[in-house]
Design a protein around this ligand. Structure first.
Ligand code: MN
Length: 239
């Protein structure tokens, strides 16, 4: 029996003047450890290629990275918007649409939850410090595997079933966040200042987004490893 193939999106990266791709090893190791085969997806905005990739993949992980271009949710860029990566935005937007059409599992992490919400019809805070009134620090100045704030998980959600707790310590490295929720989604977790930290779509087999970085936590905390086993198991069931 073959392991499910899990696409892992990458960041636009330029090293030594050479354009390339980067993805943290914690993501791909997370897929291996959860029993899946990770496939790192080189950047392209060629629609036919993306349609074909979606047919091969059994599941998808949308990884962390820079800000989402507000064009994706029909807003002008406001003061405080950070770096955007149009090629990556275009690729991930098409991948989300194709994977959703095939009802293949998606785990959306940090930037991932943001682009998932935007592409599915929601909006984002472009710059939390300027646009969000909460007083919690969402860009921790601590190592990536340190849990800085808590998320309250909504009972009865897919996320609650996966993590098995109503109060989960998480890390936090985000500059944007979900504002208006995309149609059909439910909020499955919030930080104590009320910010949306997790969403899911009950109409799909597995479409789960989290605002924190479980890839940096799964080695230390079993409940965060279960996000990776969750998407891999769902992909195996669909394959
Ligand atoms: Mn946070």
């Amino acid at each position: 029996m073959m392991r499910p193939l899990i696409g892992v999106t990458v960041n636009d990266d330029i090293r030594n003047g050479m354009s390339g791709e980067f993805v943290g090893k914690d993501y791909t190791d997370g897929v291996y450890t959860a029993g899946g085969l990770p496939l790192v997806l080189p950047l392209t905005d060629d629609k036919e290629t993306i349609v074909e990739l979606a047919m091969h993949l059994d599941g998808l992980i949308l990884t962390g990275g820079p800000d989402i271009d507000p064009q994706l949710f029909h807003e002008e860029p406001r003061l405080g918007l950070g770096e955007v990566t149009p090629l990556r935005d275009a690729m991930e937007a098409m991948l989300i649409v194709r994977m959703a059409a095939l009802d293949k599992p998606i785990l959306a992490i940090c930037r991932g939850i943001q682009i998932l919400n935007a592409v599915m019809g929601g909006t984002l805070y472009q710059d939390l410090l300027r646009e969000w009134s909460g007083r919690l620090q969402h860009t921790q100045k601590a190592p990536r595997d340190h849990t800085a704030h808590h998320v309250t998980i909504v009972e009865g959600t897919r996320l609650h079933a996966l993590m098995g707790a109503v109060e989960v310590p998480v890390n936090t490295f985000h500059h944007q966040a979900v504002s208006a929720l995309a149609p059909g989604f439910i909020i499955s977790g919030r930080s104590h200042d009320g910010l949306v930290e997790a969403i899911e779509h009950p109409g799909y087999h597995f479409m789960v987004g989290v605002q924190w970085h479980p890839e940096n936590l799964w080695r230390k905390y079993e409940e965060h490893a279960r996000l990776f086993t969750g998407v891999v198991d769902a992909a195996r069931a669909r394959a």
